[in-house]
Design a protein around this ligand. Structure first.
Ligand SMILES: *Cc1c(COP(=O)(O)O)cnc(C)c1O
Length: 221
């Protein structure tokens, strides 16, 4: 069973890193997966999932939540400001806060709702032009803006390293930035590198294909 295998590998990685058992949260990335596969993982008892599109999550999770009320869904893909209200209905955590306009919209919506999802700031450590995220030199100022100007509680930082580089360099950089900003959360590590991310302090790993199998459609990367 793929889920059990990943859970065991996480436990081994935690132990190797000298970290407490259960200190790493597994986000099962269910984007583009058929509902039967997602239902199977729910029946196996897993409750934390990741989606990268608001629309796709809206078509899937309200129904699953009827049967599995304690499920937690994390948004790990880009968020447009016009979808902020919908996102707050759907998600327990947002990993992709990456610009002031979005922070402002989130702050307004959170104030109206009176509840705030767990928020992570996405960092573009590789400074890739096509990738979302705050560049490293702007992270400290953006964390401060989120906290002080908008009163948003920031849980941590999130990274998607460049595909052709050693991810550990990016994980280590993210950890440094989190430490100097007093942030405990580190959302880093995917199917191919989650053990390296745990060695470098990941608190949330986002694992899709290693749990569910290869994604059938390639609409989403
Ligand atoms: C799809 C995705 C993942 C999971 O990728 P796998 O390689 O299938 O584990 C993790 N993080 C983000 C942001 C993603 O979009």
């Amino acid at each position: 069973m793929a889920l059990l295998d990943i859970q065991q590998r996480i436990a081994v990685a935690e132990e190797k890193a000298g970290r407490p058992a259960g200190s790493v949260e597994l986000i099962a990335v269910s984007k583009v997966q058929p509902n039967e596969r997602v239902a199977e993982v729910l029946r196996q008892g897993h409750r934390m999932f990741g989606e990268n599109r608001v629309q796709e999550a809206a078509g899937k999770w309200p129904d699953f939540r009827v049967e599995f009320a304690d499920v937690q869904v994390h948004l790990i893909g880009p968020l447009q400001t016009n979808k902020v209200n919908q996102a707050l209905e759907l998600f327990d955590a947002i990993h992709t806060v990456d610009r002031e306009k979005l922070a402002k919209k989130l702050a307004d919506a959170v104030q109206k709702r009176g509840a705030c999802p767990e928020l992570f700031i996405q960092v573009n450590t590789g400074e890739e032009p096509q990738k979302a995220g705050v560049v490293p030199t702007e992270v400290d100022a953006f964390v401060k803006t989120c906290r002080e100007t908008y009163g948003l509680p920031i849980a941590g930082l999130m990274v998607i390293p460049p595909v052709d580089e050693e991810p550990s360099l990016h994980f280590a950089l993210l950890r440094k930035m989190a430490e100097r900003n007093g942030l405990a959360g580190l959302s880093m590590g995917m199917s191919s590198d989650f053990e390296r991310a745990i060695a470098l302090g990941a608190t949330h790993v986002r694992v899709g294909s290693a749990i569910f199998g290869e994604r059938v459609a390639s609409v989403n990367k």
